[in-house]
Design a protein around this ligand. Structure first.
Ligand SMILES: [Zn+2]
Length: 290
């Protein structure tokens, strides 16, 4: 089944809702980056949350989420233009921890919680919007939920999850977000709190074959789906862009690459694609700088 997200509204409970399935795109990211299971879980949760945040934007603004909690995984970074396409990486893909008591993937341990979650929204016109909040648990869902409350003043439930099999392949990935509208009542809040008690992990629901629409209907019988969007892991890197990046290292560095190494290799951090620059390419770049 393809990856997609849905956006909807529950008028009876004064909230808007989002749900997504990201199993395939996470599997693609896992293969490209060589992610170990807990790193897969961390990146999958971040990508699901980021894609759903993208669906909250009216225009296709560029959004970048950066999380750094001081844990062994290092920085996690995800970027989308709110068009269903995402690219993302973790600094250290070979990270794997599980909790002793439950055996579950210990995302909070891998990410750490001594740090921040930063959201940059670039509308391309004026100064970008930057919102930064301290991490709560490093488990990602809690951290996004806190971000919505602290930075955007929107009470939200954020549930994101990933299941990985014994050979490290992604079995399921996805999530949902519930956001209260300004006219929500205490009864609405109570209803949602009740529904979330003992609610099964979203990764288990997706693994059972439930669609994003199904998951929302398990929570709200009367959810109205307003839009759907296909989701992809897609990087926009190219040799030209890499050449532009190379220019910034300076002429001396490039000359040294020519003299000592007779070329260089550049790797895209978002997708691990490698680009080779031979002496001619590098001389061309030197000319461009002049
Ligand atoms: Zn790339």
């Amino acid at each position: 089944m393809k990856d997609y997200l849905v956006r909807g509204i529950v008028e009876s409970k004064n909230c808007r809702v989002f749900a997504c399935q990201t199993t395939n795109l996470l599997e693609e990211a896992r293969a490209k980056h060589g992610l170990w299971p807990t790193a897969s879980a961390a990146l999958g949760r971040v990508m699901s949350a980021t894609l759903m945040m993208g669906a909250m934007n009216k225009n296709n603004e560029k959004m970048t989420i950066t999380i750094n909690g001081g844990g062994p995984i290092g920085t996690i970074l995800a970027t989308t233009h709110s068009d269903g396409k995402i690219k993302a990486f973790v600094a250290n893909p070979e990270v794997h921890y599980t909790y002793n008591d439950t055996g579950k993937l210990a995302v909070g341990v891998a990410v750490g919680k001594e740090g921040s979650l930063q959201v940059i929204k670039d509308m391309g016109l004026k100064e970008p919007f930057v919102g930064t909040v301290p991490l709560q648990s490093g488990e990602i869902g809690d951290d996004f939920s806190y971000y919505f409350m602290a930075s955007e003043q929107i009470p939200s439930v954020v549930s994101v999850g990933v299941l990985v099999n014994d050979t490290n392949e992604i079995l399921s990935s996805g999530g949902f977000i519930i956001q209260l509208l300004p006219n929500a009542t205490d009864e609405d809040i109570q209803f949602i709190e009740e529904r979330m008690k003992d609610f099964p992990p979203v990764s288990a629901l997706i693994h059972e074959g439930k669609t994003p629409e199904d998951i929302l209907k398990v929570i709200f019988e009367d959810v109205e789906i307003l839009a759907t969007q296909d989701l992809f892991f897609e990087c926009d890197c190219s040799k030209d862009k890499m050449a532009t990046a190379l220019m910034t290292v300076g002429k001396d560095e490039i000359q040294a690459m020519i003299d000592e190494d007779h070329g260089c290799e550049m790797k895209c951090q978002f997708c691990n694609e490698k680009y080779q620059f031979n002496e001619d390419d590098l001389n061309e770049i030197l000319k461009e700088i002049d």
